[in-house]
Design a protein around this ligand. Structure first.
Ligand SMILES: Cc1cc2nc3c(=O)[nH]c(=O)nc-3n(C[C@H](O)[C@H](O)[C@H](O)COP(=O)(O)OP(=O)(O)OC[C@H]3O[C@@H](n4cnc5c(N)ncnc54)[C@H](O)[C@@H]3O)c2cc1C
Length: 399
C-alpha cells in the first residue's frame, strides 16, 4: 500500500495521521518537538472545528481533555459594555476552549494503536528527497531518510517543507503582534465565561477563562515594532479592564505571568502542492488569531484531504502518481475559497477594532448611543459571525 509521511503533529498533522491510520494507510508522523507543551498553542474551537472533530468520531476523546465552553462574547468600549452576545448563537455547539497539548497527545496515542502508524517525536524533518522532479520522501535532521509516495507538510506557518518544496507564501502586511498573559481567573468566569474584547486608552485586548481550571488568558495586541519591556502590568490592566475586574487585577499583581510575545503571520500559498507533496493547515495558509480560525480551518482541510486521498491510497489496483497529483490539486481547489473568505473576514473584523481603537470620538459616540445602537450592533455582528463560526463552504467527511 502507498506510504504517507506527515511532517508536523499540530492539529493538522495529528488528525490527518489518525484518519489515515484508522483507514489502514501506512503513515509516519514526524514532530520536531519532544512533547506538545510548546510555548503557546491556541485553544479556541468554533462550532465548525467541533463539528469537524465530531465527524472524525472524536467526541468521546474530547470529553477526556480539559475544555470549557464560552458563555458569551462581550464588547467593552472604554468602561461601557456595548453588547453581550450569548453562545451558542444559533449553532449546535458553543465556541469551546480546548487544551491543545493533551488533545494532540491523545490523538497521537490513539493513532499509535493502529498497525501501520509510526511516530517519530523529537525529530525534525530537514529536507525533501526528490527524484525526477517528484518528492519521494524526507530527510531528517539526524541524517536518516524516509521514502514516501506522498509527503504532507503540516509543519505550521514557518514551514520548512514549504521552503524546501519551493512553494511561495504570499504574506499580508504585518499589522500586529500579541503579548499573551496568564493569571488566576476571577470568580464568576468558571460558570459564566465571557470572551471580553476591550477597546480603551488606545488599546485593544481580549480576556477569557482558558480551558485549564482557574486560569484566565489576556491577549494584548501591540504593533510589531513596539518594544515589550514593561512595567507594572497589573496596574496597567486594572486601569483598562471592565470595572468589575479592576480589583481582581490589582489583587493578583505578581501572579500575572511574564508575557509571551507571539508574532502574527497571515498569508496563503498560491500553490499548495508539487508532485508527491501537499501543504495543509498553517503551512499552506497561516491564519490570524482573530476569531479563532486557524485550528478550525486546519481540521476542515484534513477532512477534505482525507476525502480525496483515502479512496486513492486504499485502491486495490494501486495509485498512479499522476492520479495522486491531480487529487492534490483538487484538495487545494476545494479548500481555497473558504480560506480566502475567512482571511478577508478576519481582516475586516480586525479593521473595525483598529478603527475604534484609533478614533476616540467614534468610541464615545457609540458608547453614548448604546441604548439605541447596542442591540443593532449586536444583531449585525452576530449575523456577520456566522460564517467564521460555522464555516463558509460545506465540509463533510465521506470516507
Ligand atoms: C496568538 C495566536 C493565537 C491563536 N489562537 C487560536 C485559537 O484560539 N483558535 C484557533 O483556531 N487558532 C488559533 N490560532 C491559529 C492556530 O494556532 C493555527 O492556525 C494552528 O495551530 C495551525 O495548526 P497546524 O497544525 O497547521 O500548525 P501548528 O499548530 O503550528 O503545528 C505545526 C507542528 O509542526 C511542528 N514542526 C515544525 N517544523 C517541523 C519540522 N521541520 N519537522 C517536524 N515537525 C515540525 C511544530 O513543532 C508543530 O507541532 C492562533 C494563532 C496565534 C498566532
Amino acid at each position: 500500500m502507498p506510504k504517507v509521511v506527515i511532517v508536523g503533529a499540530g492539529p493538522t498533522g495529528a488528525t490527518l495521521a489518525l484518519l489515515l491510520a484508522q483507514r489502514g494507510i501506512p503513515v509516519t508522523l514526524i514532530e520536531a518537538a519532544r512533547d506538545f507543551q510548546r510555548q503557546f498553542r491556541g485553544e479556541g474551537l468554533m462550532p465548525s472545528g467541533l463539528d469537524a472533530l465530531h465527524q472524525m468520531g472524536l467526541d468521546s476523546l474530547l470529553e477526556t481533555i480539559p475544555h470549557r465552553p464560552l458563555s458569551a462574547w462581550e464588547f467593552w468600549l472604554s468602561d461601557r459594555l456595548l453588547f453581550r452576545a450569548d453562545e451558542p448563537m444559533g449553532a449546535a455547539r458553543p465556541c469551546t476552549l480546548v487544551s491543545q497539548p493533551p488533545l494532540l497527545a491523545a490523538l497521537v496515542q490513539t493513532a499509535q494503536a493502529k498497525p501501520g502508524f509510526e511516530w517519530l517525536g523529537g525529530t525534525a524533518a530537514k529536507d525533501l528527497l526528490w527524484r525526477d522532479d517528484r518528492v519521494v520522501g524526507v530527510m531528517l535532521a539526524d541524517g536518516r531518510t524516509l521514502e514516501a509516495d506522498l509527503v504532507i507538510g503540516a509543519d505550521g506557518r514557518a514551514s520548512a517543507i514549504r521552503q524546501r518544496g519551493a512553494l511561495t507564501l504570499e504574506t499580508q502586511p504585518k499589522s500586529i503582534d500579541v503579548l499573551w498573559f496568564k493569571l488566576p481567573a476571577p470568580s464568576g468566569y468558571e460558570t459564566d465565561n465571557r470572551f471580553c474584547t476591550v477597546v480603551k486608552g488606545g488599546r485593544v485586548f481580549s480576556l477569557f477563562h482558558g480551558a485549564e481550571a482557574g486560569q484566565m488568558h489576556l491577549a494584548w495586541a501591540i504593533a510589531p515594532e513596539e518594544p515589550t519591556e514593561h512595567k507594572n502590568w497589573a496596574t496597567t490592566f486594572a486601569a483598562l479592564v471592565p470595572p468589575e475586574l479592576a480589583d481582581h487585577f490589582r489583587s493578583v499583581g505578581e501572579a500575572i505571568s511574564a508575557p509571551m510575545r507571539l508574532s502574527v503571520l497571515v498569508g496563503r500559498c498560491d500553490r499548495w502542492h508539487r508532485p508527491g507533496l501537499l501543504l495543509l493547515g498553517d503551512a499552506a495558509h497561516p491564519m490570524s488569531p482573530v476569531r479563532a480560525q486557524g485550528i478550525n480551518l486546519a481540521l476542515r482541510d484534513v477532512i477534505v484531504a482525507a476525502n480525496h486521498l483515502v479512496p486513492l491510497l486504499t485502491s486495490a489496483s494501486g495509485v498512479a502518481p499522476a492520479a495522486l497529483d491531480q487529487a492534490l490539486s483538487r484538495i487545494q481547489a476545494e479548500r481555497e475559497p473558504e480560506i480566502i473568505q475567512a482571511q478577508r473576514l478576519q481582516a475586516h473584523e480586525a479593521g473595525r477594532g483598529e478603527l475604534l481603537r484609533r478614533f476616540a470620538p467614534l468610541r464615545q459616540g457609540l458608547g453614548l448611543a448604546k441604548p439605541i445602537l447596542g442591540p443593532v450592533v449586536e444583531r449585525v455582528w452576530t449575523q456577520q459571525q456566522q460564517r467564521l463560526r460555522q464555516g463558509i463552504t460545506a465540509v463533510q467527511l465521506q470516507v
